[in-house]
Design a protein around this ligand. Structure first.
Ligand code: PLP
Length: 413
């Protein structure tokens, strides 16, 4: 009899997102005339920019000729893209990287989910609360946790790093020692960014405890404040303690195209069971070469164009478009007297529900009274209860319309 990995049974399933989809479908079938505006899912809506489309067309044409056709590429990514990433993303911030420290992939979701494989199952894990749920779920699947407590929504064995309005969404250092620390900045869903001194605090913690920071900065291109760090490697010493994940998904509308990259510095090591120190770069390389066959050539040429002379201003324009949506949501809601966070250096607005209202129940109210779909905060961890996430990735007019509906509705009577 094939035994299953019973850790999967500890997960409640994607109950919340499934429940949300069901709610919206049921509402739509009961009210076919309803004009629903979706500000829930964190997916982009603007088309790819011209420079990216042109690069893809050129790459497709290359595939049509025997001289320029490409088969399997390097598992780590083509040098032309890795060089563009180092030049376009890191050099301007004073961060020096070598080619073999950058691993191109088909998405940050896979990378942040898979990275835990190179660490022992006994590693103690610290995860923000609320945060992107993939960090927790993949550690549950790997067997690094006990059961989920139905009353608190928390998994035994995980160190939750509470990010609250009270602490300015800057989690305190854990009281017990932890080995792996997931940090997401700008944070999904709170839309808040960890400033330099906060990151420095975590780097020092990791140095002192021999921990590794898993730094997800999928939304760094949305940072507006020039004082805020885009990369953890802007902090001295971070190369010895941190792995960084970045994605073209939200930066350049690649959610459907699929391209991202992960930086594993060669200075980074972990302890083996025999006490020797081993390179995490070598382990990740081994993992990728065994389980991944690289991102397709056409997509890598498209990603390269993001940093080109014509492409870069075009994607900046697209980010500006979404950030204007964020401004409209933020200004509209706070003008109506609501407390909102985020939306200034990230495409998410984190709405504090008056009276700490049940976020799942509020999703019904918002749908019924405004025809607007958002994401209940509890979907991002127990610490998200009492909050609601709206995204800035929608169409401008529809976003403005949603804000007007919210402003003029009696939502909390
Ligand atoms: N990291 C965070 C924080 C995210 O919010 C998302 C997607 O929503 C991802 C990673 C996944 O990105 P990708 O599309 O590159 O898999």
């Amino acid at each position: 009899m094939a035994q299953i990995n019973s850790n999967y049974l500890k997960l409640p399933g994607s109950y919340l997102f499934a429940a949300m989809a069901k709610k919206v479908a049921a509402y739509k079938s009961a009210h076919p005339e309803a004009d629903i505006i979706r500000l829930g899912i964190g997916d982009v809506t603007r088309p790819l920019v011209p420079a990216v489309i042109e690069a893809m067309h050129r790459a497709v044409d290359e595939m049509a000729s025997a001289e320029t056709f490409r088969g399997y590429g390097p598992e780590q990514g083509y040098d032309f893209l890795i060089d563009a990433i180092i030049r376009g993303e890191y050099a301007p911030r004073g961060v020096e990287l070598e080619r073999d420290e950058v691993f191109v992939s088909d998405g940050s979701k896979c990378d942040v989910g898979n990275i835990q494989e190179i660490f022992d199952t006994d590693c103690r894990v610290a995860i923000g609360d609320p945060v992107y749920p993939v960090y927790l779920d993949t550690n549950v699947m790997a067997g690094r946790t006990g059961a989920r407590d139905a009353a608190t929504g928390r998994f035994a064995g995980i160190t939750y790093l509470a990010a609250t309005a009270e602490n300015g969404f800057r989690p305190a250092l854990p009281e017990e020692p932890v080995d792996l620390i997931y940090l997401c900045s700008p944070n999904n869903p709170t839309g808040t960014v960890l400033p330099r001194e906060e990151l420095a605090k975590w780097v020092i913690y990791a140095q002192e405890h021999g921990s590794v920071i898993l730094f997800d900065s999928a939304y760094s291109s949305y940072i507006r404040d020039p004082e805020l760090p885009h990369s953890i490697y802007e902090i001295p010493g971070a190369k010895e303690v941190a792995i960084e994940f970045k994605s073209f998904s939200k930066t350049a509308g690649f959610t459907g195209v699929r391209c991202a990259f992960t930086v594993v510095p060669k200075a980074l090591t972990g302890r083996a069971s025999d006490g020797s120190m081993q390179s995490l770069n070598a382990l990740w390389n081994r993992r990728q070469c065994t389980k991944f066959n690289g991102v397709n050539y056409i997509v890598q040429r498209a990603a390269e164009a993001v940093y080109s002379e014509s492409g870069f201003p075009q994607i900046c324009g697209q980010i500006d478009y979404y950030m204007e949506n964020a401004r409209i949501i933020r200004a509209g809601l706070s003008g109506a007297g609501y407390t909102v966070f985020g939306g200034e250096n990230a495409p998410y607005i984190w709405w504090k529900l008056p009276g700490g209202l049940d976020s799942m129940r509020f999703a019904d109210t918002l749908l019924e009274r405004c025809g607007v779909v958002g994401t209940p905060g509890v979907g991002f961890g127990p610490g998200g209860e009492g909050y609601f996430r709206l995204t800035a990735f929608g169409d401008r007019e529809r976003t403005a319309e949603a804000v007007e509906r919210i402003r003029s509705a009696a939502l909390f009577d």
